[in-house]
Design a protein around this ligand. Sequence first.
Ligand code: DGI
Ligand code: FE
Ligand code: FE
Ligand code: FE
Length: 188
Amino acid sequence: MDLNEALEKVRPYLKQVRFEHTKRVVDTAVKLSEYNDVDLYKTEIAAAFHDLAKYWPRDEMKRIILQEEYLPKDLLHYHHELWHGPVGAYLVKHKYGIEEQDILDSIRYHTTGRANMGRLEKIVFLADYIEPGRDFPGINEVRDMAWNDLDKACLMSLQNTIQFLMSKGATIYPDTFQAYNDFTQKLS
Ligand code: DGI
Ligand code: FE
Ligand code: FE
Ligand code: FE
């Protein structure tokens, strides 16, 4: 499968704005991968599919999470916004036959992050956060840092997201804290 095929496969499942976001994530992720000498094919496929399940029916996402023994059931106690990464990874594997574990993990963990992220995971996670259509407080500092230090840029985005979620009184999934702790320890 090449990039255009992947984009044509996801397009019907996304609203137009979400599809435009996806293309910007692909462009951003490709630039980061070129800069960091990461496999471009894997980057394109992972970025193109990262939000595949964004609008998947909620009952079907729940069914997949319950049925797949490797997917943690505690996801169901957290906001349904956290389900589209793990479910997207499942769908990409089973609908489209993508087998590369680092592609699947980049999709699975693109919302929360996790401890010990691989380089492709970091790139998809960051590209999703910094693509040019995004506007969060502090985003330009993260955009600049992405070209200096991937780990530091991931940590900054996690700090911003955790602060944002706490300010709203939202729950925070443990993988997000574990990602934060992991990058903090690695960078100290
Ligand atoms: O799918 P996108 O909008 O492109 O981006 P995303 O997959 O990073 O989802 C972002 C949303 O997920 C945003 O509304 C914040 C939320 N989020 C991220 N981490 C957590 C979280 N929500 C909760 N409750 N807990 C988290 O750890
Ligand atoms: Fe997403
Ligand atoms: Fe994100
Ligand atoms: Fe996204």
